[in-house]
Design a protein around this ligand. Structure first.
Ligand SMILES: *Cc1c(COP(=O)(O)O)cnc(C)c1O
Length: 387
């Protein structure tokens, strides 16, 4: 049976070029980059090269990139570190109600430490309410953190407008760009962000490595303390092979992103058009235009999404009910609920996410299987009588 992977927001396959560079590091260049001898220097040179590649991708300076263990760590660090470093100014933070759990849970931790957090509402399409941002921002606000693109529905926020409002009030702006990178060009100078989170495994780099961009001059407390690595801001021996893989993934993305963007968007749009033609009573979620090319979030009336996922899995097709971190939980997606969906609608929603490795033939097969499975589940649905 063929296996088709349509869960590229959960993670992606490491590309061969990335793997080749990583494997080289596991050989002779095993030194600790902080050691003073030649083994250390060789490893440090590889880390420097990777840091430049990451910095180039987002138009940052090398000295503004700090390697982390994940997007999750980057988000934790940005939220907690920026809030604590600026506590003398105030104790209020603004974020949105559709953030990744690594932002929301970091905010909750700050609430337990005496901070006040405003979770901004979003509209039906997933866009943050800018009027509410203007309403809630005040002299005690130290940080606004709004994700660049949502990982469940793909909606892209009006980042420049948000950063402008924050900066006019003298407030720092952080964005979680983990599911945006690879979908559109991110330029930290153009967006005027103070901090930005990246993770390698969402664009064909390895899992377990990411970076936090922190603009020169912005104060941030450490999240992880210990040795003096990363200019004293993030302790722990650097994971050189992972960092090298991350750097290579950034370089490849920078060279290919327009071609990749077009290919992935073509596949996604072809899929959505075919599904709309073949299957009745569905809703396409997220913003119509302002959305990443990668994602199709679809609600199937009268269908239990988990049952549908299982049937597709049996046909060799991998999709998701939402965020991979929340899979297995009984709670409906907080993102879909924040967008005004009912619990039933949220639980009838699947996320299909496309990548450069997918083909049009795969999409044809998926649409055929999807139609069959949806029709089957609807025919046995206890809710059918209501329709
Ligand atoms: C995947 C993801 C994260 C977490 O990154 P990890 O490297 O998997 O910890 C954070 N935010 C968003 C939007 C994501 O999609």
């Amino acid at each position: 049976m063929q296996k088709i992977y349509l869960d590229n927001v959960a993670t992606t396959k490491v590309s061969n070029e990335v793997l080749t560079e990583m494997l080289e590091c596991y050989g002779d260049t095993f030194g600790n980059p902080n050691s003073l001898h030649s083994f250390g220097r060789d490893a440090a040179a590889l880390v420097d090269k990777a840091r430049d590649r990451v910095a180039n991708l987002i138009n940052a300076e090398r000295s503004e990139i700090y390697f982390t263990s994940s997007g999750t760590e980057g988000n934790n660090w940005a939220i907690i570190g920026l809030a604590l470093a600026n506590r003398s100014k105030g104790n209020h933070i603004i974020t949105s109600s559709i953030e990744h759990k690594s932002v929301i849970e970091a905010c909750k931790r700050l609430e337990r430490l005496g901070f006040e957090v405003t979770y901004l509402p979003v509209d039906k399409t997933g866009l943050v309410d800018i009027a509410k941002l203007l309403h809630y921002i005040n002299h005690k606000t130290v940080l606004v953190s709004i994700m660049a693109a949502n990982n469940e529905v793909g909606t892209i926020q009006n980042l420049k407008a948000i950063s402008k409002i924050a900066h006019e009030k003298g407030v720092l702006f952080h964005t979680d760009a983990v599911s945006a990178i690879g979908n559109f060009k991110i330029d930290v100078k153009d967006l005027e962000v103070d901090a930005l989170t990246l993770s390698a495994h969402k664009f064909h780099g390895p899992k377990g490595v990411g970076a936090l961009y922190v603009k020169k001059g912005v104060r941030i407390d450490n999240l992880i303390v210990g040795g003096g690595q990363e200019r004293g801001k993030r302790a722990g021996t650097l994971n050189v092979p992972q960092i090298v893989g991350f750097g290579k993934a950034c370089e490849i993305l920078q060279q290919n992103y327009i071609i990749d963007y077009k290919k992935v968007k073509y596949l996604r749009d072809y899929f959505v058009n075919s599904v709309e033609k073949e299957i009745a009573n569905i809703t396409i979620n997220g913003h119509l235009h302002q959305k990443t090319p990668q994602i199709a979030s679809i609600s199937f009336n009268n269908v239990d999404a988990e049952a549908l996922l299982t049937l597709l899995d049996l046909a060799g097709i991998a999709v998701s009910t939402g965020s991979a971190c929340d899979a297995g939980s009984v709670e409906p997606s907080h993102v879909l609920i924040a967008m005004g969906k009912s619990i039933e609608e949220a639980q009838s929603t699947l996320r299909f996410s496309f990548g450069t490795n997918n083909t049009k033939e795969e999409i044809d097969y998926v649409v055929k299987e999807l139609k069959k499975s949806v029709e089957h589940l609807r025919s046995i649905s206890p809710l059918r009588a209501k329709k």
